[in-house]
Design a protein around this ligand. Sequence first.
Ligand code: FE2
Ligand code: FE2
Length: 188
Amino acid sequence: MTEPTAAADVVDELTTDHREATALLDELLTTTDPQTRRDMADTVITELVRHSVAEEMYVYPAMRDHLPDGEKAVEHDIEEHKELERTMKELEGCDAADPRFMALVHDLRGKLHHHAMDEETEQFPQLRARVPRDQLVKMREQVETAKKIAPTRAHPGAPNHELFHKLVGPGVGLMDRVRDKLTGRTTA
Ligand SMILES: [Fe+2]
Ligand SMILES: [Fe+2]
């Protein structure tokens, strides 16, 4: 049993993110209304990009330093992030009423499950075994702060995502913009 007073560490935080994104994708798979599908897909894309960027900024460097095969593990994980992003990019540009949309959601769910399992069964336990607990707690704070830099909603200024997509058109880089915002790159 976990001590009730123990502060959550970075592994708790990232594992919760995995659960939440997976649950959202499961819900999306049973949703029929195209507008709701669009909203949910944009939310899950935003959340997953925030999660991946925060991992790459604060967690993967620690894996590189502390895990016996750290360099290789990080390379593998970054490759999987790229695969996830390729699918998310297609999903971003796909009309929610298009039959391809649900196939992409399904594909994304499969890729996320695979990647989350790799992290949760391989890298995260090793991190916990090798990195001092206070550092793991500190990393959770860093990840939380990093995620706050990017907005939770794709376009908070717009009344809804339908308008967002009408204004900027599909496939204009919701994903890229979230990533740029987090990494401090400027977007035109
Ligand atoms: Fe990851
Ligand atoms: Fe992750």
